[in-house]
Write a protein that binds this ligand. Sequence first.
Ligand code: KET
Length: 399
Amino acid sequence: MTLFGHLDPYAGDPILSLNEAFQTDARAHKVNLSIGIYFDDAGRIPVLECVHLAEARMLAEDGAKPYLPMEGALSMRAAVQALLFGADHPALGSGRIATLQTVGSSGGLKVGADFIRRWLPASEVWISDPSWDNHRAMFEGAGIAVHSYPYYDAAGGGVRFDAMCTALAALPPRSVVLLHACCHNPTGVDLTHEQWRALVPVLRERQLLPFLDLAYQGYGDGIAEDAFAPRLLASEGLSFFVANSFSKSMSVYGERAGALSVVCADRDEAALVLGQLKAIVRRIYSSPAIHAAGIVSRVLGEHDLRTLWEADVAAMRMRILAMRRSLHAVLSAKKPGRDFGYFLTQRGMFSYTGLTAPQVDRLREEYAVYLVRSGRICVAGLNRGNVERTAEAIAAVID
Ligand code: KET
């Protein structure tokens, strides 16, 4: 009897393992639409100039690298609050937001999940149908039951908003509702401003606890525009969580830069919440990364870097839109009579193509085009050199 012989073999992660498989594919013409990473027109992960300059300034200072506090760097936490809610938002002045720097927004989701398990033990979590695969895994991993609410309308391509509200209105009080603040993953289909506004009374009347995931800020309509949901919920006086990421918006995936903010009833409650979030962090990873904090606080806080960043985010968003138009044009020409309008209306990095798992397998095996088996494509993996070929491959596998 060995100690570990009884382990189940790991089946792999639907996104990360596919991305690993892509790396080992020897075909030169391979196309990676699997993972939510922004690639530039040359197919590279860009190093944004603002990030490069922030790092150069940090190096020039030759600073020591102490442990950060459990809650992360104060400069980053303050900058995150202003970014998410707007510097003038009354919720900032009232001190009712507890924000901590986390290990990516994944860290924020995990810390939030552990907090919910500990302090709201009767609460269960509802995620959209469909959602990012890891949402279910993370909350279940924290010992919380996870359910789903109606979201994507496969027939019409929009949101099943009435069904969603009806389902949420029937939940037990204090249920946690996971909502994508912008650029819904995997569908690219977001709530409109009117729908967000209509959701507020449902959340309030049922005393639900919204948990916003804001991983793609700037890829939808703009940096401030994509923060519409947290700003609205804070203005409406709701209490909620928001986990946000800089992985995509600053192209710093491996730095693990993210944050968790909890909007509370008042300053005293926020202090209580922050204290317990710190206790949770201490038990998982003790404190977050100082390099991530240095990058984010500088890019957000130093005027010249901020200006560069905003221009870069706009350029990344526009390039994705151009790829959406190219994909739409080639597919519409190849398959007349079929409606590919969803490529143009879906927002952010992802499009939900409706491709079936066998079609996805054919794309990978015969055409070296990688996408997750749900039919989600990362549009940011397309560029002027591969978009036509990719569209032709998609056209070839759909009947
Ligand atoms: N939330 C969502 C909705 C999300 O898509 C990701 C990453 C994260 C959180 C995690 O981000 P981070 O701040 O880096 O911890 N999504 C892409 C990569 C992944 O699956 O990890 C993806 O969906 O491809």
